[in-house]
Design a protein around this ligand. Sequence first.
Ligand SMILES: Cc1cc2nc3c(=O)[nH]c(=O)nc-3n(C[C@H](O)[C@H](O)[C@H](O)COP(=O)(O)OP(=O)(O)OC[C@H]3O[C@@H](n4cnc5c(N)ncnc54)[C@H](O)[C@@H]3O)c2cc1C
Length: 485
Amino acid sequence: MALGQVDVAVVGSGPNGLAAAVTMARAGLRVELHEAAAQIGGGLRSEALLDPLVRHDLCATVHPMAPMSRFFQEFDLAGRGVELLTPEVSYAHPLPEGPAALAHRSLRATCAELGADGPRWRALMEPLLTHSQGLVDLLLSDQRGLPADPAAALLLAARLPVLATPLARRQFAGERARALLAGVAAHVVGRLPSPTGAAVALLLGHLAHGTGWPLVRGGSDRIAESLAADLTAHGGRISTGRRISDLRELGGARAVLLDTGPAELLRMAGPLLPDRYRRALRAYRYGPGAAKVDFLVSGPIPWADPRVGLAGTVHLGGTQRELFRQETRVARGRPGGAPFVLVVDPAVTDPERAVGGLRPVWAYAHVPHGDPTDPVRLVTERIERYAPGFADTVVAHHSRSAAELEQYNPNYVGGDIAAGAMTPRQALLRPVARWNPYRTPLPGVYLCSAATPPGPGVHGMCGYLAARSALRHEFGLREAPSLAP
Ligand SMILES: Cc1cc2nc3c(=O)[nH]c(=O)nc-3n(C[C@H](O)[C@H](O)[C@H](O)COP(=O)(O)OP(=O)(O)OC[C@H]3O[C@@H](n4cnc5c(N)ncnc54)[C@H](O)[C@@H]3O)c2cc1C
C-alpha cells in the first residue's frame, strides 16, 4: 500500500490508536498506522530493560478498566489468548501506624477489616457493584448522551457531593477507610479532594471488589500485540520509527485519526486550523507529572506488614490528610514533601514474571509538571519507609523523570500521564468544548487519544468512539463493525 492509497491513516499506536485502527479496518477500510517509536503500543509497551529475561511494563501495568470496557469486551482479549490475572487483594495502603488497609476482591472481607467503617464502606460500594456495567458505561462514554442505566448516574450523583468536597474528610470514622479511598482518588493525579478524584475513586474503587484490578500475563504489551495482529489480519499496515510532523505527510487518506494530544495536533497542523480552535487547543491545560522507576530486585518486597505483599497494587501516601495535602501541593507545582507513590510487584499476580530469582518492580511518583528530578532516590526512600530492607534487594534500576517521560512519548506533556489535567471541565470537555469532541475543524481529521473523552487509562474507548464517529461522518457507516475474534 503506497501513501495515498489508504482510506484511513492513524497516527500513534497507543491503546486508543490501535482501537481506532482495528475498528476502521474491521469496517472494511484500508488502514495505515504510523508510530513514532521503534515499538508499537504507546502506554502498553513492555521490555526486558535490566535483565534479558525479566520484562518490565514501561507504562501501564494494572488494568481495572479493561474487563469492563465495551471495546475490550467486543474485542475479547481472552478469546485471543491474552490472559488477565486478577489478584485477590486489589490494592493495599500501608499506614504510618498500625496494620495496612487492604481492599480485597471480596467486599465482605474488606468491610470485616474496617471495623466501624465496614458498614459505611459496604453502603458506598455495594450499590455501585449492582450497577457496575452501567456506571462504567457512563464514565467510559463520550459524556454526551443520556445514561443507559439512569440508576447508575443517580448513585454517582448522590455520592459526589461528599467525596468531592472537604466533607470527604468525615466520610469515615477511621484512618484506614479514609486512606483506602484517598489512595484510589489519587489516581486522578491532581488536587484532592475534587469532583474528578471522587469519580475516579468510585469507578476504580468499586471495580476493586468487582472484576478486580488485573495485570496481563507476561506483560501489558500482549494487549498491544493482539490489537496489532487483528489490524494486520484485516489488511492494516503498521509503520514505526517515524514521528509525523505534518498532516500532509499522510497523503490522501479520507480520514485521519490522531492518537495524540492538542500540542501534537498544533505541531502537525497549526497553520491549517481556524484561529478559534487553535486558541482553544492552546488553552488546554496539562496536569502534574509522573516520574517512573523500574527496579530489578532479588526477592519480594519486604513489607513491614506482610499482608501488603498479597496486593496487586500498593499505594504509598500515608494518611488521607497527608495524601490530600501532598497531591494538592504537587498540583500547584510545588516540589518536595513525601510524594504519592504507586508500587506494583507484578510477580505477586503473575509469578512467571520472576525469573532466576530476579523480579521486576514497577513504581511511579506524582511530581510537579515537568519536574526534571531523577526519582530513584525519592521512590526508594518511600518504599523503604514501609518496607525496610527494600534497598538491599535492588540489583539494578532504570528511571525517567517527568520531563524525560515527554521525550519518551510526546503525549505525556511535562510527564502528565493523563494527557491533560483532569479538572472537572477538562474531564467533560477534552480537549475543547465541542459537541463532537473527536472531530476537528479540518475535514476528515479526528483526535482519538486520551486527550478526548473518556480520558486516560487502558480501555480503548477514546479510539473506539472516535472511529465510530469517523465511520459515520466520513464513510456513512452507522453500524458498529464486529470486533470479535
Ligand atoms: C508511567 C505510566 C504508568 C501508567 N500506568 C497505568 C496503569 O497501570 N493503568 C492504566 O490503565 N493506565 C496507566 N497509564 C496511562 C495509560 O498508559 C494511558 O492513559 C494510555 O496509554 C493512553 O493511551 P493513548 O492511546 O491515548 O496514548 P498513548 O498510549 O500515550 O500512545 C500514543 C502513541 O502515539 C505516538 N505518537 C505521538 N505523537 C506522534 C506522532 N506525531 N507521530 C507518530 N506517533 C506519535 C506515541 O509515540 C505513542 O506511542 C500509565 C501511563 C504511564 C506513562
